[in-house]
Design a protein around this ligand. Structure first.
Ligand SMILES: [Zn+2]
Length: 270
């Protein structure tokens, strides 16, 4: 009898200890997450859940990845982009635009800045800053032209379908946006080509070097950087610049984060 009582007590003590250490562990992880620079309180449950599935990742990686919504697959759990965010609007594989969305405050780009003999439209504020940037770059011997700016939803349908026909959907998804998830539909994104060096490898040009060091001063960011594909859903695109204003671009430049992280912490969360 005594033996049974002893065993029962022992089982109870073990159960208590398991609960105690588990709750301590989860309290510890709460503390760790809340000390992270880009911690968002509303995301805490998602951090904890993701942490359980990825215990080898650091707390800052967990915060970064959840803030980029990586607990959802691309094109799964899609929300509408918020047009009230204006130049800070986020459009990607989690936040998408309607077919009816036709850019933000578009103006025609002067032929002098166009790479091909085509008509381009872009956001007015982005365009004004682009001209300043272009003139300053020009003074330092750089010359680049725009070869893509605003693109409509229907144009994106056409492009994406063509890429799928050539490469298949899986590959096309790494470099082309499905309609509604391209930030070209906002008029805030531009693709650039060098006019001093004819090459498809923009990253080998002096224009690219100049933009890398200076574009943030005019409110433009290199949107899809190297080694951020898992966060943004797009491969490295040295030619693709996104206007988000000087304050945002400077922060992103100085802190080396993605626009996804900036948006979730400074725009959506405020
Ligand atoms: Zn682009």
């Amino acid at each position: 009898m005594q033996k049974i009582i002893f065993l029962n007590s022992l089982v109870l003590i073990i159960i208590f200890l398991i609960f105690y250490f588990n709750s301590k562990k989860s309290n510890n992880s709460n503390d760790h997450f809340s000390k992270e620079e880009y911690y968002i309180e509303d995301n805490l449950e998602r951090y904890l859940k993701y942490y359980k599935q990825n215990e080898n990742k650091s707390f800052s990686d967990i915060v970064r990845e959840i803030n980029c919504n990586l607990d959802y697959q691309f094109y799964n759990g899609v929300e509408r982009s918020n047009s009230l965010d204006k130049i800070l609007i986020l459009v990607n594989k989690h936040y998408t635009l309607d077919k009816e969305f036709e850019g933000i405050d578009l103006v025609k780009v002067d032929d002098k800045f166009a790479y091909y003999d085509k008509e381009y439209y872009m956001n007015k504020e982005a365009y004004e800053n682009f001209i300043k940037m272009w003139l300053d770059a020009n003074l330092e011997g750089c010359d680049f032209g725009i070869y893509s700016a605003y693109r409509s939803y229907d144009r994106q349908v056409f492009l994406y379908n063509n890429y799928v026909a050539v490469d298949g959907a899986e590959k096309a998804d790494t470099y082309s946006a499905r309609a509604g998830s391209s930030e070209h539909q906002t008029g805030l994104a531009i693709d650039l080509k060098s006019r001093t060096k004819k090459t498809d490898y923009f990253e080998t040009t002096k224009e690219y070097d100049w933009l890398l060091k200076n574009s943030y001063k005019y409110g433009f960011i290199l949107r899809y950087k190297e080694n951020t594909e898992y966060l943004t859903g797009y491969q490295f695109e040295p030619w693709h610049y996104r206007y988000c204003g000087v304050e945002c671009a400077t922060y992103i430049y100085e802190n080396n984060i993605t626009f996804e992280e900036y948006y979730e912490y400074f725009v959506k969360n405020k």
